[in-house]
Design a protein around this ligand. Structure first.
Ligand SMILES: [Zn+2]
Length: 390
């Protein structure tokens, strides 16, 4: 094993070493690239029963891991993913993305923050916790997928379905997504907004710009309706969620010529919505506005995640306590940010929180985290198990 630090004599902590071992496996989604076997080896050594679950509805076999330690009692589950997003042009990285390197206290590499650092902290936290509490109460589990960053159809959603069929219920789930803003533990996500997409086509009639009376310009028709959609007050949010937002992400029309009125506009829009409104209500209200403007339209709605919220309970308490004890920080509960696999687990009635490292560089070139944050994260994860499974 190569030593990824610039100082060849230094010895890495178990968490950093495992994070590096995971980062050097180039698991670009949906490839696991040997990450799960590495985790299985470590978990089996401390008494976990590990099961590899392969699903291939999307046409490619996807690896998932379900691992449990203990025979009965409530389940505390670490959830996460081994896949990473593509690197983009490797020449733009100052350190090759799959050559984990610690430089000036930062750990660099694709997946350092999202989320191989968290995976390493989870495994080492379990090793520490089990060594100190070999007969802990309840059960510890891992739900790990290689299909989170891609279409996510053969990942967590399928494992959750499999567990439900087996009658297995996760009581508390900690998703290791990078939730922190500037210091590890400063923010945990105790919910996520829903995501609803609309693929909208407005039909008009193509013609010569000099003869507008013979054409029907769909851009002119949709513009006032879009302004109304963008200004609509969908809700006011609540104590846990910001107000629902509507955004146009794509707007395509026109032939490229200056003298042709286009025949059609294609738009993609997205709602990030709170628990104050339903997806059905958003669809109805949107279409009411489109109809009011007498548009000839076709819309295809796609719901990619319902909002979820774990307002209070043992898991939030345990996370808040462990963060305070480890870092002194009074953590902030937040529901901001994108969707995560928590959206598949929460509907089964599990308490779900997301707690991981700082997310400032996720999906970017030169993804990195403060190396010492991983030690802190390991201690926090251990502390949460001490709270929940004494
Ligand atoms: Zn992630």
């Amino acid at each position: 094993m190569t030593n990824p630090t610039s100082a060849p004599t230094s010895v890495l902590s178990p968490t950093l070493q495992l994070a590096c071992d995971l980062i050097e496996r180039p698991s670009v989604t949906p490839d696991d690239a040997g990450c799960q076997p590495l985790m299985i080896k470590r978990l089996e050594a401390i008494g976990f029963h590990c099961q590899t679950l392969i699903f291939d509805e999307g046409g490619v076999p996807i690896k998932n891991l379900w691992a449990v330690r203990g025979d009965s009692g409530p389940i505390f589950c670490f959830a996460g993913h081994t896949d990473v997003v593509p690197t983009g042009p490797e020449s733009e990285w100052k350190i090759p993305p799959f050559s984990p390197t610690i430089k000036d206290g930062m750990l660099y590499g694709r997946g350092a923050a999202d989320m191989k650092g968290s995976l390493a902290s989870m495994v080492v936290a379990c090793e520490d916790f089990v060594a100190a509490n070999p007969n802990h109460s309840g059960r510890i589990a891992f739900l790990i997928t290689a299909d989170e960053e891609g279409p996510a159809i053969d990942g967590t959603v399928k494992v959750v379905k499999h567990l439900q069929e087996q009658g297995t219920h996760i009581d508390w789930c900690l998703v290791g997504e990078p939730s922190s803003t500037s210091k590890v533990g400063d923010t945990i996500k105790n919910g996520r907004r829903g995501s609803l997409g609309a693929w909208l086509s407005i039909n008009g009639k193509q013609g010569h710009v000099a003869y507008p009376h013979l054409a029907d310009n769909p851009i002119h028709r949709i513009a006032p309706a879009l302004a109304e959609l963008a200004n609509e007050n969908w809700d006011n949010g609540n104590d846990f969620f910001p107000a629902t937002s509507f955004q146009v992400s794509n707007f395509n029309s026109g032939t490229g010529a200056t003298n042709v009125i286009p025949g059609k506009v294609d738009i993609i829009c997205n709602f990030r919505f709170s628990t104050e409104v339903t997806a059905e209500e958003l669809q109805q209200r949107t279409e009411a506005i489109l109809q009011k403007h007498e548009l000839d339209y076709v819309v295809d709605w796609r719901l990619s995640g319902l909002p979820f919220l774990t307002a209070e309970g043992d898991l939030v308490d345990a996370a808040v306590t462990a963060i305070k004890k480890t870092t002194g920080i009074d953590t902030e509960l937040s529901t901001a940010g994108g969707t995560s696999d928590g959206r598949f687990i929460a509907p089964t009635g599990s308490q779900v929180v997301e707690l991981g490292p700082v997310n400032a560089t996720i999906h970017q070139v030169d993804e990195c985290i403060l190396a010492s944050d991983l030690e802190t994260l390991t201690t926090i994860y251990t502390g949460i198990m001490e709270e929940l499974l004494p």
